[in-house]
Design a protein around this ligand. Sequence first.
Ligand code: PLP
Length: 488
Amino acid sequence: MNDEPIAPAGAHPESDFTDRLRAEALALVGDLRASLDEAVGRVDDRPALPHEPDAALRDLAEALPDTGVGARAALERLLQLQERAGANTAGPRCYHFVIGGNTPAAHGADLVAAAFDVITYTWVVSPVGVRMELQALAWLKTLLGIPSGMQGVMVTGATMANFVGLASARQWWGEQHGIDVSAVGMAGQPQIPVLTSGYVHAATLKVLSLLGVGRDNVREFRADDRGRLDLPAFEAALESLEGAPALVVINAGEVNAGDFDPVGAMMDAARRHNCWVHVDGAFGLFAAVSPRTAHLVAGMERADSITVDGHKWLNVPYDSGYAFVRDHGLMARAFRYSADYLPAEDDPRPTLGAIGPESSRRGRSFAVWATLKAYGRDGHRRLVEHCLDVAQHFSGLVDAHPELERMAEVPLNIVAFRYNPGGLAEERLDALNAALGRAMIEDGRFLLGTSRLGARTIFRPAFSNWRTRFGDVEALVDTLVKLGRRQS
Ligand SMILES: Cc1ncc(COP(=O)(O)O)c(C=O)c1O
């Protein structure tokens, strides 16, 4: 490498505009410092949701400015908008969906990745980003008990991790039928059998629709209205395939009560037949991190592909998810990406953009590596167990309160419950809880949503942020009951 200076600074002034950008770039960190200190310092205190975001957003739909206001003014405006109209999703009181927090190391590393505009498509554009991705994925395999031989790749989240797993599965299925689906497509091929339980996540259905399977062709074997697996019916359906290749999706962590498919039993059944087994463990795979919950995912290590999310329970910033596939060659064939100006397919240096859906990719590895380096296996076990403790504490508060009713066991980090002051018919209770859900959003101190468990309307707070304290969930009970009484 030649270390000589490349161009003498200022020898050929080019334009006022690029001079202005250079000056702004030099001032950028100083300009942002106070605002970021304030933003990070107040995460615990801000409400979950902004008050009257519409008022703040009213003039956002303006015409494209001719000359622009410059970086400082634009960023000031942006920070005001975030303060007045952004949810505090890094904060301790957001329990809707499954929202994770940020560890400080991960947060800092993401800022560094943005500062350097890191690209992790292939080795030459970021030797460190690419190696760090492989290293961080190896650490994740150790942390989660995923076999070391599985090939990982970082993607935007669990939806795309499911896409990687199931696109690899589709490639396998095609090869079983003697075709290369990535080359010839699916036209004229038989329907791919996909078998799962009623716990299947909407993201898996979305992915299967994109892959040409069709969301309506997924067979869900339901034992009850919650969607638990009907194992005998599932086994009978496998039997009836008579050796034809099929895809099985095991749901390790469903969103309404944090329940699991019987991973070991499903795996045993699938392995007796000609199946590709995909495990969606977006947040549930973190059960493996604690000896208290590891039994919930025992057997997942026999999967062909596994999905894990990072922006949920690893507590790295959005967006970040990971796919692991046993047969590296299938990923390479499913996501083949080559051209004369791109790295050769047999280049021994890794091109991560050729084994997953994205070609150009941001430096997600920085945050994952940094949090695992900073806190290690022990720190991440403590993070997971802290959330398990918060869920159990909240569950105990629900059980102790005469106006709250727990609706399911709490195997992991989600508590299914409802407001039930007594004496109301089921339909009336459903309407009351739906109205209470709207009132909670309106109130804004917590981000909490409703769902359905079988036919019933429930709340299902998911605890997956290190910042959430026992005091936060005690306050949630108070707020919810007060608002519930007003709705009744
Ligand atoms: C089990 C499961 N799979 C997939 C997803 C989709 O994840 P993402 O939004 O990260 O794509 C989720 C999100 O909650 C999930 O819980």
